[in-house]
Write a protein that binds this ligand. Structure first.
Ligand SMILES: Cc1ncc(C[n+]2csc(CCOP(=O)(O)OP(=O)(O)O)c2C)c(N)n1
Ligand SMILES: CC(=O)[C@@H](O)[C@H](O)COP(=O)(O)O
Ligand SMILES: [Mg+2]
Length: 626
């Protein structure tokens, strides 16, 4: 019988003799490698927090105490220790989520996978406990060194530092990496703290020895303790957290479970906010992960657990199309610069960075800063490319609106993972970006329908100098190119019957074109005339599209974006403004938070398939549409 099989909840863990913890940690690592190799997921981050999570659940009594994980991708160990041992469906439909999930457990709190929110959550929870007269209920926030580069974290720290008796512990899980090594002054500062490890050991040794020295020992230690601050600042200027007014403990070896436990117990006993700086290693205990220079198996697909090599060979991706074309543009345009928010490789900027290091900026997990910085770069005569995932544009809406658009800054946003993404669940679907973009005056947006369109859209975008431009495309492999049958102004006609006027004008926005063409074919087979168009530049709505709609019997818009206030809504409003009374039917993502599943399963679930679109359209034509 394994130790892990005896752990059905944190109380079992707390009852476990400390001598069994190393065996439990080894079993957890073995479980993670075997299981996540089969499903894919965040293997590296979770291998790095095994001892930390054991210590958290031995010192704090969840769910009476609250443990909040920032981003939440490193919560697999937490799930194992809180009774969830079935990872066979990890991140799959009906399976355990790859992030905390309140539906799964009372031990889970924050489901949002957007980074840098944990300290704000914890500050709120801790204050709620105090106001409710439950000061003994502790709140712990676990935040990575990467997430700590996000602005929200510092907004929260500013408050935490001033709240001297708040029952709150901040654990900085410092593995020196986001995907790649974490960059910036904070990362450098954490590095100086790491180098004081020997210093801390020296002090611990001094404290122990002097406290054993009768009579004078204690006084000597206090004197030393007084010197400590000065000495520590000489050895490593590390006042940042303490100068803010937050008690700093560490750095602690994050793989020494007993040391982490001791630090957490000291932090809990302190009675006010304490920051515990824990040093961990991403991928710990699994050589293929530790040795992976790219991102230490931050997020993997299905791999061979023996070798760590991928078992799924991904085809050419939308990201590749963008990445390659940007390097070509970079050779022609010296004003083109690029910005990533700690995701250089995932967004495809690494080749550009290798070619043009001085024209590439990694700002950390700081999309708001990236966006306003881009407005500054544009003011200085550059054409910035802000490459982020679509869902993270949510975070930079005000900066897009009031720094880029208000100043008519020629900034291009390349939004990867747009639309339904799938296994990362509700906070990762890129379903709000076109609704956000639709509200921004002067913004132009293109949603390429296939690989051939990405370079064309990017080249057009970098020529837009009087306002923000957006290119958005989905996760994963590209679709085969879809030829243009003919063009009407800027609108691509992809298919049409000869009869005029058409019964149905299908407007295909972005990568769902194959499904739209399939639906149109079924409607045509049903005896109706159709035309399928791709607006190419979907925002603002073009006059050419309005005129095409004027003569049609009805318009059907299909988009991989929220149906609320998406492109379809903009088309409906543009027709109304032009006095065109053609009815407009919208197909998109419903205004819901969609659980994790595969992209195909979710499209089936929400009716973004050829069959579903055709069925709805035929019912509409027959006057039976609900
Ligand atoms: C706002 C936001 N931007 C980008 C991401 C993508 N992302 C997921 S995890 C991660 C790195 C997190 O690094 P860190 O906080 O150090 O955690 P670690 O993976 O090292 O445990 C990033 C950039 C995100 N989740 N949220
Ligand atoms: C947690 C996080 O934000 C990312 O690691 C997320 O898992 C995106 O993964 P992909 O890059 O596979 O879309
Ligand atoms: Mg990290």
């Amino acid at each position: 019988m394994t130790v892990l099989s005896r752990i059905h909840g944190p109380e079992d863990l707390r009852a476990l003799p400390a001598a069994e913890l190393p065996a439990l940690a080894a079993e957890i690592r073995e479980f993670l490698v075997e299981s996540v190799s089969r499903t894919g997921g965040h293997l590296g981050p979770n291998l790095g927090v095994v001892e930390l999570t054991l210590a958290l659940h031995r010192v704090f009594e969840s769910p009476r105490d609250t443990i909040v994980f920032d981003t939440g991708h490193q919560s697999y160990v937490h799930k194992l220790l809180t009774g969830r041992h079935d990872f066979t469906g990890l991140r799959g439909k009906g399976g355990v989520s790859g992030y905390p999930s309140r539906r799964e457990s009372p031990h889970d709190v924050v489901e949002n996978s957007h980074a840098s929110t944990a300290l704000s959550w914890a500050y709120g929870i801790a204050n709620g406990r105090v106001v409710a007269g439950e000061r003994s209920r502790y709140t712990v926030a676990v935040i990575g060194d990467g997430a700590l580069t996000g602005g929200m974290a510092w907004e929260a720290l500013n408050n935490i530092a001033a709240d001297k008796d708040l029952p709150l512990v901040v654990v900085v899980n410092d593995n020196e990496r986001s995907y790649a090594p974490t960059r910036g002054g904070l990362a450098d500062h954490l590095a100086t703290l790491r180098t004081t490890r020997g210093y801390e050991r020296f002090l611990e040794w001094g404290k122990t020895r002097l406290n054993r020295t009768p009579v004078v020992g204690g006084a000597m230690y206090e004197a030393l303790h007084g010197v400590k601050k000065g000495l520590k600042d000489i050895v490593a200027p590390q006042g940042m957290f303490e100068d803010l007014g937050i008690k700093y403990l560490g750095p602690v070896d994050g793989h020494d479970e007993q040391a982490v436990e001791a630090a957490l117990r000291r932090a809990r006993a302190f009675g006010g906010p304490v920051l515990v700086h824990v040093l961990t290693q991403k991928g710990r205990g699994y050589e293929p992960a530790v040795n992976d220079a790219a991102d230490q198996f931050h997020g993997i697909g299905v791999i061979n657990p023996e070798t760590g090599l991928p078992l799924e060979i991904a085809g050419r991706s939308w990201t590749d199309e963008f990445s390659d074309e940007l390097v070509r543009i970079g050779a022609e345009r010296r004003d083109v610069v690029a910005i990533t928010a700690a995701m250089m490789m995932p967004v495809g900027l690494q080749p550009f960075a290798d070619a043009y290091p001085r024209r590439t900026f990694d700002v950390g997990i700081a999309e708001q800063h990236a966006t306003t910085m881009a407005a500054g770069l544009a003011y200085a005569g550059m054409h910035p490319i802000v490459a982020i995932y679509a869902t993270f544009l949510n975070r930079a809406f005000d900066q897009l609106l009031m720094d880029c658009a208000l100043h008519r800054a020629g900034v291009t946003f390349v939004l990867d993972r747009a639309g339904i993404t799938g296994p990362d669940g509700a906070s990762h679907h890129g379903m709000w970006d076109m609704s956000i973009a639709a509200m921004v005056p002067g913004l132009r947006l293109a949603a390429p329908r296939d690989s051939a369109q990405v370079p064309l859209a990017l080249r057009a975008a970098v020529d837009i100098a009087d306002g923000p431009s957006v290119i958005r495309f989905p996760k994963g492999a590209t679709a085969p190119p879809i030829e243009t049958f003919r063009r009407v102004g800027g609108v691509d006609v992809l298919a049409e019957t000869t009869m005029e006027p058409v019964d149905v004008l299908f407007v295909s926005v972005g990568a769902l074109a194959p499904a739209v063409l399939g639906a149109a074919e079924k409607v045509e087979t049903g005896g109706h005339s159709v035309r399928v168009v791709d607006p190419v530049w979907s925002l603002p709505v073009s006059d050419d599209l309005v005129e095409l709609a004027r003569s049609a019997g009805r318009v059907v818009v299909v988009e991989d974006n929220g149906v609320a206030n998406g492109v379809g809504t903009q088309i409906r409003e543009a027709l109304a403004a032009a006095g065109v009374d053609t009815p407009v039917r919208l197909h998109g993502i419903p205004k819901e938070f969609l659980d994790h599943a595969s992209r195909a399963q979710l499209f089936e679930q929400i009716g973004l398939t050829a069959d579903a679109i055709a069925t709805a359209t035929l019912a509409d034509l027959a006057g039976t549409h609900r």
